[in-house]
Design a binder for this molecule. Structure first.
Ligand code: ADP
Ligand code: MG
Length: 389
């Protein structure tokens, strides 16, 4: 789960990390009040969407007057911001964050990611902040520092000093850098984050300056949300795929894909295998959908409805290997769905496992035309032929 930049900054602030003073606004009027409240004479207007690359796309604007601030806010709110991370449709800007503009001396990069190879959190740092870290990794790989953190003892001072030195944070900046790195790591650990990215971490002000987090991005472990109430409350459903949100509300695991064969399967493993089988036969799945165990007729009907909300779907492959599930429930659910949703596309159904005979009988006696399949391979072949026909 992702959160907005301003939420990440508010979270980091509670760990003693320096961030610019700011406030959220949903309109130009509100933004003007925020700017007057926080004071100063230069502000930054920042579009709050769950994607980076906003600076280059017009989603970060420095302004010198309340009039310009209002204009910048007005131009951002309600538009779809397209950055290299949003995809061509962009993301709708519903709120902006207004903060005091800092006088930047230099920008750095700090990231904490889980490295699957070492199974540890790795601190990644670079003196080349503010830009795309992928680009730095490609063109100047020597400018990227890695430091692996032992989960049993945490991030140690000497490691922070090593990283700080390597990116050029020496002298008076060193103790501040050490404190900041440790605070971000602690925050990540406490909140079950999978990733924390600070880009840029900036040296601001005059003389020796001060380190400040100007942009922060966090990604949290969905499986840990049950014990992270404060994190869960920061969830912005408007940033997520509405079909995926609706599906999770019904206890269904749905992920939209770009093909034309809808899929309703029980179990994530079988669902993945079904997508593979479709692809093997030359077709393209429209979605991943795991109905889970104990799929009641209502759940099956909801699954059909969500799959059919995708206008590209030309047929639906239903692949059930019932263990905890029961084929008769699935069959009843499919008939209910056909009747209540007036389904126009063909359904290819493969049932196996618990109560399979009852399930098949229910389908056969329904008077509706299902295309039945013997096994996964047969089902995938029939689905692909139907979608192409
Ligand atoms: P994104 O990563 O989405 O492009 P950032 O928040 O990193 O957005 O902003 C892009 C750039 O804008 C930063 O690299 C920095 O140079 C500048 N910037 C961001 N916030 C401030 C601020 N408070 N004061 C001055 N400059 C800022
Ligand atoms: Mg950034």
């Amino acid at each position: 789960m992702n959160i907005h930049e301003y939420q990440a900054k508010e979270l980091l602030k509670t760990y003693g990390v320096s961030v610019p003073v700011g406030g959220v606004a949903y309109s130009d009027q509100q933004a003007a009040r925020v700017a007057e409240d926080i004071g100063g004479h230069r502000w930054v207007v920042k579009a709050q969407i769950h994607a980076g690359g906003r600076g280059k796309a017009g989603g970060v604007k420095v302004v010198n007057s309340i009039d310009d601030l209002k204009k910048a806010v007005d131009a951002m709110i309600g538009t779809r911001l397209v950055t290299h991370q949003t995809g061509p449709d962009g993301s709708l800007v519903q709120r902006v964050w207004i903060e005091q503009a800092s006088a930047i001396q230099k920008e750095f990069y700090l990231g904490f990611v889980i490295d699957r190879g070492t199974q540890r959190i790795t601190l990644i740092a670079s003196s080349e902040g503010g830009m795309d870290i992928e680009e730095v990794a490609r063109e100047q790989p020597e400018k990227i520092i890695h430091e692996v953190i032992d989960p049993a003892i945490g991030l140690l001072d000497f490691q922070c000093r090593k990283v700080a030195t390597a990116i050029g944070l020496k002298g008076k900046r060193m103790p501040q850098a050490v404190k900041l790195m440790k605070a971000i790591y602690r925050c990540m650990r406490d909140r079950d984050a999978l990733q924390a990215e600070i880009n840029p971490l900036a040296l601001v002000g005059d003389g020796d300056g001060q380190l400040m987090v100007l942009d922060a991005k966090f990604n949290f472990d969905d499986n840990a949300l049950y014990r992270q109430k404060a994190v869960t409350e920061m969830r912005d459903l408007a940033e997520e795929d509405p079909k995926e949100v609706e599906a999770s509300g019904h206890g269904l695991n749905y992920i939209a894909l770009d093909g034309n064969i809808g899929c309703i399967v029980n179990g994530a493993g079988l669902a993945m295998a079904s997508l593979d089988a479709i692809t093997l036969h030359g077709g393209r799945p429209a979605n991943f959908l795991d109905v889970g165990g104990g799929a009641s007729p209502e759940k099956v009907t909801n699954a059909c409805r969500i799959v059919l909300e995708d206008p590209n779907v030309r047929c639906i492959l239903v692949n059930i290997f019932a263990g905890i599930n029961r084929c008769d429930w699935i069959a009843t659910g499919l008939i209910q769905a056909c009747n209540s949703l007036k389904i126009q596309v063909p359904l290819i159904v493969r049932l196996a496992g618990t109560n399979v005979e009852e399930g098949r009988k229910i389908l056969a006696e329904s008077g509706l035309s299902f295309i039945t399949a013997e096994n996964l391979d047969d089902a995938a072949a029939k689905a692909v032929a139907t979608a192409q026909g």
